[in-house]
Design a protein around this ligand. Structure first.
Ligand SMILES: Cc1cc2nc3c(=O)[nH]c(=O)nc-3n(C[C@H](O)[C@H](O)[C@H](O)COP(=O)(O)OP(=O)(O)OC[C@H]3O[C@@H](n4cnc5c(N)ncnc54)[C@H](O)[C@@H]3O)c2cc1C
Length: 454
């Protein structure tokens, strides 16, 4: 029997270890951190738990074993992540960004870079080491995120430039939402940054990835205050003539920064999906408990009402199916050299959106009391609202990638079912990035729209 959904004894151990950490180390610090109004302090309040996670081998579990990481498979990572996300997906996001920041080094770096950057991440005696992933840019006319692969040259697409000057690149521009602020708004230890190394060509040709280390002069960080994932760090980053050694450019990604974005945000798809499962699971369990303990003026608990039982049964079924989709997408990553540009995206879109609805449904059956801060539903909803939007937004990035792959002439619609490799090509990018107005501007030769938002 090849298809077996039973966890191995090792996987049960990983799950138990992650649950033990989440419930006993992480859970006690989350309420206060979530209430903290200052976003930097909110993140910093989880530092003690992070150091514990580092020492327990959780924080760097996804990095390759040969460079000191845990060497966890994507499937095992997803199993562990559900337990942490059921308690706090914001903290899980901090840990996930170690992978988003350093897996590109494993995929596209030289042997020397892997030893230097991943080796440093996995051998920090303080346990405070953070990796960062810096692709997104602020809204307005000077940068782009969703349309990073717009085929037109600047000002379309990614705006952070890296200009060669001897043995350094000089970085200028801004990024936003990156996890790279660090514990003190002075930057994480090592972040992979998507830069435009060639300003004359369009997004699919001129992008690269470079590792920026903590302490690099010319970079400032301002924490973003946000509604959900308050324990995760997100920063507006300004690069002002920041000098980064040429040796930090990932050679496999030179001129292919677009591939890094697509691969990375699909590698993390099942983890984002399982974050949604974790939150929905917590909401469902809280709702079931409430519905078994409250009568709403009837003589029996409200779970006895058909609508309540039907809806909660549907919620349970949706959570189960989402979990298995995340497991399968992770399994696909494990079997296809950590490429899942299609199925990683499909998994993220489907599960994060379905789970948001599950939490809303749980609130409906609990009723008005779900709005009281006495209960956790409001927080679950806030956290779940992040998941379709972050990690390569479902609308502007993930759905476009799915569209680009399935529109390809050679696409096999049974590829995922048949477990065959889907090779992600440049020709699958840029779909849906050129709106009618862009065409109008490019035909008329007039200046493209530049927002005054800045
Ligand atoms: C908690 C959290 C953690 C994050 N961590 C990181 C991180 O570590 N590193 C990082 O780089 N980023 C990070 N982000 C940012 C995140 O990855 C976003 O998905 C990314 O910034 C893109 O956002 P967006 O898709 O909304 O794109 P935007 O460019 O902001 O687009 C806005 C909207 O415009 C519409 N749109 C734009 N273009 C198109 C199009 N061509 N077709 C259809 N619709 C379109 C869509 O509706 C889209 O949602 C994080 C965000 C959060 C909230």
């Amino acid at each position: 029997m090849a298809i077996d959904f039973t966890m191995s004894p090792e996987q049960r151990q990983i799950q138990a270890m992650a649950r033990e950490f989440a419930e006993n180390v992480l859970a006690p610090v989350v309420p206060e951190a979530d209430r903290e109004p200052d976003p930097l302090l909110a993140h910093a309040r989880t530092k003690g738990a992070y150091v514990e996670a580092y020492k327990a081998g959780i924080a760097m579990a996804m990095l390759p074993k040969e460079y000191g990481g845990g060497g966890l498979s994507c499937l095992d990572l997803t199993i562990a992540a559900e337990e942490i996300c059921a308690v706090d997906p914001g903290f899980a996001c901090t840990v996930l960004c170690n992978g988003l920041g350093l897996m590109p080094v494993a995929w596209y770096g030289t042997e020397e870079q892997k030893k230097r950057f991943i080796g440093a991440a996995t051998s920090d005696p303080t346990g405070e080491f953070l990796g960062g992933w810096t692709a997104g840019e602020p809204p307005g006319g000077t940068g782009g995120t969703a349309n990073f692969d717009n085929p037109f040259p600047r000002p379309a697409g990614i705006g952070l430039t890296a200009t060669r000057d001897g043995d350094h690149y000089i970085l200028n521009g801004r990024k936003k939402w990156s996890s790279a602020g660090g514990w003190d708004a002075k930057g994480v230890n090592a972040q992979t940054v998507i830069v435009r190394t060639d300003g004359d060509v369009g997004g699919t040709k001129g992008l690269s990835a470079i590792v920026v280390e903590r302490g690099t002069p010319g970079i400032s960080y301002e924490f973003v205050n946000k509604e959900g994932h308050r324990t995760a760090s997100n920063a507006l980053i300004t690069f002002d003539n920041a000098r980064v050694p040429v040796d930090n450019l990932l050679p496999g990604a030179a001129g292919n920064g677009d591939f890094v974005i697509n691969r990375n945000f699909a590698w993390s798809g099942p983890v984002a999906g399982i974050a949604a499962v974790g939150m929905a699971r917590s909401a469902y369990e809280a709702a079931l408990k409430f519905c078994k303990a409250n009568t709403a003026g009837s003589l029996t608990p409200i779970i006895r009402f058909q609508n309540v039982g039907y809806i909660l049964g549907d919620c349970a079924a949706k959570i189960e199916s989402a979990r298995y989709f995340c497991w399968r997408a992770s399994d696909y990553l494990d079997k296809h050299e950590q490429h899942a540009e299609l199925v990683g995206a499909m998994c993220k879109i489907n599960t994060t959106e379905a789970m948001f609805d599950v939490i809303y449904k749980c609130m409906q059956v609990v009723g008005v009391n779900s709005l009281s801060t006495e209960y956790p539903f409001g927080r679950f909803l806030r956290e779940a609202s992040v998941l379709p939007i972050y990690d390569g937004g479902n609308m502007g990035m993930q759905r476009r990638r799915v569209h680009g792959v399935i529109a390809d002439e050679g696409f096999n619609p049974r590829a995922v079912m048949e477990d065959s490799t889907i090779v992600f090509e440049k020709s699958m990018e840029s779909i849906g990035t050129v709106a009618d107005w862009d065409r109008q501007y490019s035909n008329s030769g007039s200046t493209p729209f530049v927002s005054a938002a800045e």
